[in-house]
Design a protein around this ligand. Structure first.
Ligand code: PLP
Length: 368
């Protein structure tokens, strides 16, 4: 049997008719950037994510960069970021000229350890970027309380968490901005790059609309030094079709995740991340942790099972950040995780038989 790590084409196969119709509609309309399709998607996505406004942008990295810019964060500012995240979170901070202050996750979790965050807040700290990693919602209530106490902005990186809820609160809805990516492999994925920023602050939404379009409200009148980061009409049309299926697809992920959790319970040297009590994870990835990671990956690979490591090199150890002298930060959890994490196949189109095969192969491996 062959189990690909993720089959993004399966999403298209399931929704071929409505997606084809949406794409054709845009082709025939002759309007390919922003416009009505984008406005309609922005409206439904704002409502879905529990915020008042949504501004479609070019990709998830730009969503973060423009979000930080709209909140006035820039040169000389310090921004607290998770050490264990996809490097885009860090690159956004660097792109606006601010400095990353990395923080480890909780020992047994994957999201920011707020006790460490609290200790690292300084006079220069301007913002916190919690990342809902692997689709597991971060404690947004405590994050916001901490931020308010110190006058900090909160930019949520929701790139892996479309539909996730912390104690009933939609991620991205209660902070200054929530930033989404619609990269094809995300829980809500486009047919190319796409992203969005959600916010309930009308002034911030206005700024974002200017920033994504050359700082211009009216053609050839430029109010601020903006970027070109506009959502394509065809992506918005496709995303609107897929949004209707997001909850169902997240439920399928959740079912798969819980089956993995139960199946691996008896394996003592394999650890999984669990869903926070009373909260709703959207299981973007299903990483396990084991000291025998490299060997396990090799065995799964030979058995035709695709896996990935999220992430093999933490940003602070990447070549890109070697000039920033981050060695005074102690990040033991992140560094240990990088050697132990292995993401197993998960997605709305992973079949029961495929998952049975993955489970049997993993259990077999640990019997040896
Ligand atoms: C995917 C991702 C991004 C970047 O999104 P792009 O659309 O690829 O630019 C940012 N942060 C996290 C945590 C991500 O997983």
């Amino acid at each position: 049997m062959n189990v690909p790590f993720l089959d993004v084409q399966a999403a298209y196969r399931e929704l071929k008719d409505p997606i084809d119709t949406a794409v054709m509609r845009v082709l025939e309309s002759g309007w390919y950037i922003l416009g009505e399709e984008v406005e309609q998607f922005e409206k439904v996505f704002a409502s879905y994510s529990g915020a008042d406004h949504c501004v479609g942008v070019g990709n998830g990295l730009d969503a973060l960069v423009l979000g930080l810019t709209a909140l006035g964060i820039g040169s000389g500012d310090e921004v607290i970021v998770p050490a264990n995240t996809y490097i885009a979170t860090w690159l956004a901070v660097s792109a606006v000229g601010a400095t990353c202050v990395p923080v480890d996750p909780d020992e047994n979790g994957c999201n920011l350890n707020l006790d460490i965050v609290e200790k690292l807040i300084s006079d220069k700290t301007c913002a916190i970027i919690p990342v809902h990693l692997y689709g597991h919602p971060m404690d947004v209530v405590r994050t916001k309380a901490l931020a308010d106490e110190h006058g900090l902005k909160v930019i949520e990186d929701c790139a892996q968490a479309h539909g996730a809820k912390w104690q009933g609160i939609s991620v991205g809805s209660t902070s200054d901005v929530g930033c989404y990516s619609f990269y094809p492999g995300k829980n809500l994925g486009a047919l190319g790059d796409g992203g969005a920023v959600v916010t309930s602050d009308a002034d911030v939404a206005d700024k974002l609309r200017l920033l994504r379009n050359y700082g211009s409200k009216q053609k050839y009148s430029n109010d601020v030094k903006g970027a070109n980061s506009r959502l394509a009409s065809v992506q918005a049309a496709v995303l609107k079709v897929k949004l209707d299926w997001l909850d169902e697809w997240n439920e399928r992920r959740s079912k798969i995740a819980h089956r993995y959790v139960e199946s691996f319970e008896a394996i003592s040297n394999l650890k999984v991340f669990s869903e926070p009590q009373g909260s709703q994870s959207v299981w973007h990835q299903f990483p396990i942790r084991t000291e025998r990671r490299d060997k396990l990956q090799e065995v799964l690979n030979h058995s035709g099972i695709g896996t990935m490591i999220h992430y093999p090199v933490p940003p602070h150890l990447s070549e890109a950040y070697q000039s920033e002298r981050l060695d005074n930060f102690s990040l033991p959890v992140t560094e240990k995780s990088a050697a132990e994490l292995l993401s197993l196949p998960i997605g709305p189109h992973l079949s029961e038989q495929q998952q049975s095969y993955v489970i049997a192969t993993v259990i077999d491996f640990f019997k040896e």
